[in-house]
Design a protein. Structure first.
Length: 88
C-alpha cells in the first residue's frame, strides 16, 4: 500500500479512504477480487489443479486461496467448477 500511495503522491490513509469510497472495496479486497475473477477463468479454461492456480495468482497457501475464494464467491473452487461445468 505504501508503494501505491507513493506512486500516486497521496497518504496511505487518504488513498485507502478514497479507494473504499469510490469502489466499495478496500485495496486488498479489490486485488483479491481481481485474483478470484482470474481464478474462475483458469478453473474453467485450463486443466490446472487448484494448488497450481493458487500459486500462479500469488497465493502461497492453497487453503488460504480457497478461503478467499469461498468468501468472495460463496462456494469453494471445486464447488464452483462442479456447478459451472456439471450444473450440480
Amino acid at each position: 500500500m505504501a508503494e501505491l500511495s507513493d506512486l500516486v503522491h497521496l497518504s496511505t490513509y487518504y488513498l485507502s479512504r478514497a479507494f473504499k469510497q469510490t469502489t466499495g472495496f478496500t485495496v486488498i479486497e479489490y486485488f483479491n477480487k481481481l485474483k478470484i475473477d482470474k481464478a474462475k477463468e483458469l478453473i474453467l479454461e485450463s486443466d490446472k489443479k487448484i494448488k497450481e492456480i493458487a500459486l500462479e495468482l500469488g497465493f502461497a497457501d492453497e487453503f488460504y486461496f480457497s478461503r478467499i475464494f469461498k468468501r468472495t464467491e460463496g462456494m469453494s473452487p471445486s464447488e464452483y467448477y462442479s456447478k459451472i461445468v456439471h450444473g450440480v
